[in-house]
Ligand binder design. Structure first.
Ligand code: PLP
Length: 444
């Protein structure tokens, strides 16, 4: 693959060639790699401010990549940055002992998120999910986890399966098999996973009826945000809640993307469904690495009494706690999410109109500040719908057209566009103007 306007990205290209000599693949995470869409090379970043990002070639973008979600307050959110700097200068960074700001943060999380009665902090979403699963297994004395095809729950061995497998090579639509992300994952772990298509209430009910006694947890994103953006069908999350309760199965909401994004209380507040455990990361820290696992007190009691060990040298380090305290304060300001939804909805509905006016078949799927464009004529309700119907080739042309016009989001059709509190109505107008030009090109 080449960029049509290669000269525009020349410095990034040169740096990437150099980086590949010392950094495996030239990048430090799969989502930035050529094979994840940044083909022939990713952009190298100079910096970000508010809703904008500048690359090393001096191109400025309206940024809907937002670091894959954490920058919900925009880049360099002043109050979070100040809180972190002050905390480091006044206190330090790591003590391996507790401190008062951790208690303040815990109280804020409990107040904000409906299901959290007690909480533990860690550093990444991967860790939070890993601990949630371990807790569910310890609490129920059962070993199997239901996990849905097309979701991503971090890169730990136990769950890095069946993210985006080839549907023709991974079992039937109603009975997918567990497909590891790649070699190196112990094959035996497949036995601990039941992989299901998402959004199929009858099938979930059937499987819980048959296997409920051996299932520790149903692990789900409340909105599928790792295969583009797929909303739960009406009643699906409700049924999930009801059926897991009936079978004594722990319901885990992985709110790493939806948490502090769909609402201060996450998707669980937005949809009014209370899981047993939930995990948070990206939206929580205003751009700093911090994550949380929280939920029912009787389950968290296993952590409280040491039955389940949750360890971590850097867990609740001063930087993470200061950042999260400041970020949650910012997010808690009255009226903020209403404004976020206003700007986000204007963009999503605006794009819908742009494609309709241009005669380009496209579906805008999402909720508030997270959504994706499906270049598909068929509705998409689960991973296999997306794998079969969404055009990656058209998405690439759309993405590159927008990039050339100063609008940045991830090149992967299975990723998302994120809107931040820093995006303005003017940013949306400029984005829509660029989209009109690109939609016309797509049509031709
Ligand atoms: N869970 C979900 C839903 C995610 O989207 C991600 C990351 O994108 C993770 C877990 C893993 O989080 P982290 O990258 O912080 O380890």
């Amino acid at each position: 693959m080449i960029y049509r306007n290669a000269a525009r990205y020349q410095t990034s290209r040169t740096l990437f060639e150099q980086a590949r000599q010392t950094i495996s693949g030239g990048v430090n995470s799969t989502a930035r790699a050529t094979w994840s869409g940044w083909d022939p090379h990713p952009l190298f970043v100079e910096g970000g401010q508010g809703a904008y990002l500048t690359d090393v070639d001096g191109n400025e973008y309206i940024d809907y990549l937002l670091g894959l979600g954490p920058m919900i307050l925009g880049h360099r959110p002043a109050k979070v940055t100040k809180a972190v700097v002050e905390a480091i200068e006044s206190h330090g960074t790591v003590f391996a002992l507790p401190a008062v700001p951790e208690m303040e943060l815990a109280a804020k999380l409990i107040a904000a998120v409906p299901s959290i009665e007690q909480v533990r902090l860690c550093n990444t979403g991967t860790e939070a999910v890993l601990y949630a699963i371990r807790l569910a297994r310890a609490f129920t004395g059962r070993s199997k986890i239901i996990r849905f095809e097309g979701m991503y729950h971090g890169f730990s061995d136990g769950v890095y399966w069946s993210k985006h497998p080839d549907p023709e090579q991974s079992g039937t639509d109603r009975a997918p098999i567990a497909v590891p992300q790649g070699p190196g994952m112990p094959a035996g772990l497949a036995d601990s996973l039941i992989i299901l298509p998402w959004n199929d209430t009858a099938l979930l009910r059937e499987v819980l009826e048959r296997h409920g006694h051996e299932i520790a947890a149903v692990l789900t994103e409340p909105v599928m945000c790792n295969t583009g953006c797929i909303l739960p069908k009406p009643g699906y999350l409700e049924a999930m809640r009801e059926e897991t309760s009936r079978h004594g199965v722990v319901l885990i909401f992985d709110e790493v993307i939806t948490g502090f994004r769909l609402a201060l209380g996450g998707a669980q507040a937005h949809y009014g469904i209370t899981p047993d455990l939930s995990t948070f990361a990206k939206g929580l820290g205003g751009g700093f690495p911090v994550a949380a696992l929280g939920g029912r007190k009787d389950i968290m009691a296993l952590v409280a009494d040491g039955t389940v060990s949750m360890a971590g040298t850097y867990a609740a380090n001063v930087i993470a706690v200061a950042a999260a305290n400041a970020a949650v304060d910012e997010l808690s300001q009255p009226g903020r999410y209403e404004m976020l939804y206003e700007v986000s909805d204007k963009l999503r509905h605006g794009l819908e109109r742009v494609f309709a006016d241009a005669g380009v078949p496209a579906l805008l799927a999402g909720v508030g500040p997270v959504f994706q464009v499906w270049f598909s004529e068929t509705d998409i309700h689960d991973y296999r719908d997306a794998a079969r119907h969404a055009s990656h080739a058209i998405f690439r042309r759309w993405w590159e057209g927008m990039l050339d016009r100063g609008v940045l989001f991830h090149p992967g059709a299975f990723e998302n566009l994120f809107v931040s509190f820093a995006h303005s109505h003017d940013d949306v107008e400029r984005t829509l103007a660029a989209a009109r030009e690109v939609a016309t090109l797509l049509r031709s």
